[in-house]
Design a protein around this ligand. Structure first.
Ligand code: 5GP
Ligand code: ZN
Length: 141
């Protein structure tokens, strides 16, 4: 279902032009205008969902089913050293467009335009701490 005033719904409809890579009944893939690295591609469900929390299992299934083939196509086209699959949810996580999308970001080197830095703090957690965290999350499932 199309969502009014959604940029990506307009791209799916062709109201706003895009450089399309792939399209079928459920999914649309196109080149990100920002090109964080060359080949940076966005994959979106045609069914509007604003973020990961709003994504139905059915739509998720269709969307994720296309990812290996599209990632392989980016890999074959650009022969990157690696590829990051990124999904931002919420402003604080970097989301700017509220139609869920997966970024395929081919990686070339340490200064290629993409930087997801995170600290590994494995030395600060015991197994019992991890179990407690698991319980916290499990209790809301
Ligand atoms: P987010 O920051 O929400 O995870 O990602 C939104 C992405 O959409 C950004 O990487 C941005 O470059 C891309 N984008 C925004 N507007 C347009 C547009 O009109 N056309 C295309 N192709 N990409 C867009
Ligand atoms: Zn939309």
């Amino acid at each position: 279902m199309k969502h009014e005033d959604c940029l990506f719904c307009k791209i799916i409809d062709g109201e706003i032009p895009s450089a399309k890579v792939y399209e079928d009944d459920h999914v649309y893939a196109f080149i990100d205008i920002g090109q964080v690295t060359e080949g940076h591609t966005l994959v979106i469900p045609k069914q509007h969902a604003k973020d990961i929390y709003d994504l139905s299992p059915e739509t998720a299934k269709e969307l994720f089913a296309r990812i290996p083939k599209l990632a392989q196509a980016v890999k074959d086209a650009y022969q990157p050293a690696g590829l990051n699959l990124v999904n931002n949810n919420g402003e604080f996580a970097g989301q700017t467009i509220y139609h869920l999308h997966l970024h395929l970001i081919p990686r070339y080197n340490n200064q290629d335009g993409f930087d997801a830095k995170w600290e590994n703090r494995a030395d600060q957690y015991e197994m019992t701490d991890l179990e407690k965290i698991a319980e916290t999350i499990k209790s809301t499932l």
